[in-house]
Write a protein that binds this ligand. Structure first.
Ligand code: NAD
Length: 489
């Protein structure tokens, strides 16, 4: 990023975005946002009160009347025009993401443009919200089914992919005619706020998108607001369960995309270079701060040592830097001090319990890494189920490798988890592909590839990884309610 861009983006006060206007919170409270690379404050954002949350919801409710009434083709046109404008702001929004999240600028910028692509994918769905006609029990009865937008949606998002995980919700919500109040995470609020602001500047009517900032207290006020008809949240399983119990008495629609603990099974016949490449990419990209990261590898005993060598050699090639100043490095700092501490705790726990460290396990050497939350890509073997990293989401750049003898053992080990988000399998054998992919308890199984999230395919967690579909055409039904109309004539 250029010095001019960094200067233009830092040191500002960012207000709540309500009915298209930027405003301070009712009590004028502000929270600082920090750089994970330097530990210094980069900006401050207004922290919403309950009154502000209510104002945002009321504006979204008022805007719903007109937005939902527009023909789908009209909404499509408006959304596409807005995303075209957002693309012109990708440097600014991506720059904010690099500053607050730590992801290198090139990747942050890419997240903004790919989020526009996803919004366009859903814009095209706006004209495809169809109903159907039923055959009835009498000739003078006519029966048909229509889908209508649910109303105001409360969108709660995390910090690891602050803009793309917002677009996964914003896209289908807006295409179907819903209006939204977004509550981005308190850790990285700037880029999602700037994304929403740019959408409004690009022509989305004021009130269709509102943004309130703050922590879980603000999130709780939003999800329990009686005029919020649907909650879509991505975050930890712990928070997902809290939201579920908080809204239980209101019986509103909800989708929760929660934590993961994704296994990768590498069979004896696998293409080991491909397996190593994908494990390393999934395991370390974004510093392993991804719900679909590879949390555990199970390698057939016959290829276990060779696979480790290949993974270690690739892991050591990653360049690590300040993603703001070195925008095209591979990895930046981890986003928060707490996440870094959790990684250190998990690695220390595994080493105490007998794991072998092959690479990483520490901060990189050098003065430039002193003040940031940096950590080197870490590979461990001789891991066992009693280790924290084999049970909990480490959410960091750590790949632990275990071995197996039979496919049954690999499947049992892979399924021995409370989570069920994604799983990976590497084999050249078709029968193994069929058998293992069907047996794995996960919402997504990727065989010989790591492209978990694609616009055209549904993404849904099993078990403690949540429920409700994101991505694909199916996600629009999360934002629609069904109506049966039966007419006698
Ligand atoms: P988090 O649960 O701490 O926070 C997520 C969001 O919930 C934040 O905006 C937070 O302010 C809000 N929140 C907290 N308490 C709340 C409450 N009581 N009511 C309403 N909102 C509340 O998660 P995080 O640390 O920001 O994100 C990391 C987690 O997200 C990881 O567990 C990761 O696996 C998960 N994740 C899941 C997916 C997926 O698609 N399944 C994708 C990315 C991340």
């Amino acid at each position: 990023m250029t010095t001019e861009l960094i200067e233009a983006l830092t040191g500002k006060d960012w207000g709540l975005l309500i009915n298209g206007a930027s405003q301070a919170a009712a009590d004028n409270a502000w929270d600082k946002v920090y750089s994970p690379a330097t530990g210094l404050a980069i900006a401050q954002v207004a922290r919403a009160t309950e009154t502000d949350v209510d104002a945002a919801v009321q504006n979204a409710k008022a805007a719903f009347v007109q937005w939902a009434a527009l023909p789908g083709a009209e909404r499509e046109k408006i959304i596409r025009k807005a995303t075209a404008y957002v693309r012109t702001q990708a440097d600014q929004i991506g720059g904010l993401m690099a500053l607050e999240q730590g992801k290198p600028f090139a990747q942050s910028r890419g997240e903004v443009t790919s989020s526009c692509d996803l919004m366009d994918y859903y814009a095209a769905e706006a004209v495809r919200v169809e109903g159907y006609v039923n055959s009835t029990e009498k000739s003078n009865l006519y029966s048909w089914v229509v889908y209508q937008p649910v109303g105001v949606c409360g969108l709660i998002t995390p910090w690891n992919y602050p803009v793309s995980l917002l677009s996964w919700k914003l896209g289908p919500a807006m295409a179907t005619g819903c209006t939204v109040v977004v509550k981005p995470t308190e850790v990285t609020p700037l880029s999602p706020l700037a994304f929403c602001k740019a959408l409004i500047e690009g022509g989305i009517p004021a009130g269709v998108i509102n943004v309130v900032m703050g922590d879980g207290v603000v999130g709780a006020a939003l999800v329990t607001h009686r005029d919020v008809a649907k909650v879509a949240m991505t975050g930890s399983t712990h928070t997902g369960k809290k939201i579920m119990s908080a809204i239980a008495s209101q019986l509103k629609k909800v989708s929760l995309e929660l934590g993961g603990h994704c296994p990768a099974i590498v069979c004896a016949d696998a293409d080991l270079d491909l397996a190593a490449e994908i494990i390393v990419y999934k395991g370390f990209r974004n510093m392993g701060q991804s719900c679909s990261t590879v949390n555990r590898v199970y390698a057939h005993h016959s290829i276990h040592d060779v696979l480790i060598e290949k993974i270690v050699s690739k892991a050591q090639k990653f360049s690590i830097g300040d993603g703001v100043l070195e925008g095209d490095c591979d990895l930046g700092p981890m986003t928060t001090a707490e996440t870094l501490q959790k990684v250190e705790r998990h690695v220390a726990d595994a080493l105490t319990k007998g794991a072998s460290l092959h690479t990483g396990g520490k901060k990189p050497n050098g003065e430039k890494y002193q003040n940031g939350h940096y950590y080197t890509p870490t590979v461990l073997s001789k891991v066992s189920p009693d280790m924290l990293m084999m049970q909990e989401e480490t959410f960091g750049p750590v790949v632990p490798i275990d071995s197996f003898d039979s496919l049954e053992e690999a499947i049992d080990k892979a399924n021995d988890s409370d989570f069920g988000l994604c799983a990976y399998l590497f084999t050249k054998d078709f029968a193994t592909t069929m058998r293992v992919s069907q047996a794995l308890e996960a919402g997504t199984v990727c065989v010989n590839n790591g492209a978990v999230n694609t616009a055209y395919a549904p993404y849904e967690g099993w078990k403690d990884s949540g429920f409700g579909v994101e991505l694909s055409r199916k996600a629009i039904f999360e934002y629609l309610k069904t109506k049966h109309i039966k007419v006698g004539f």
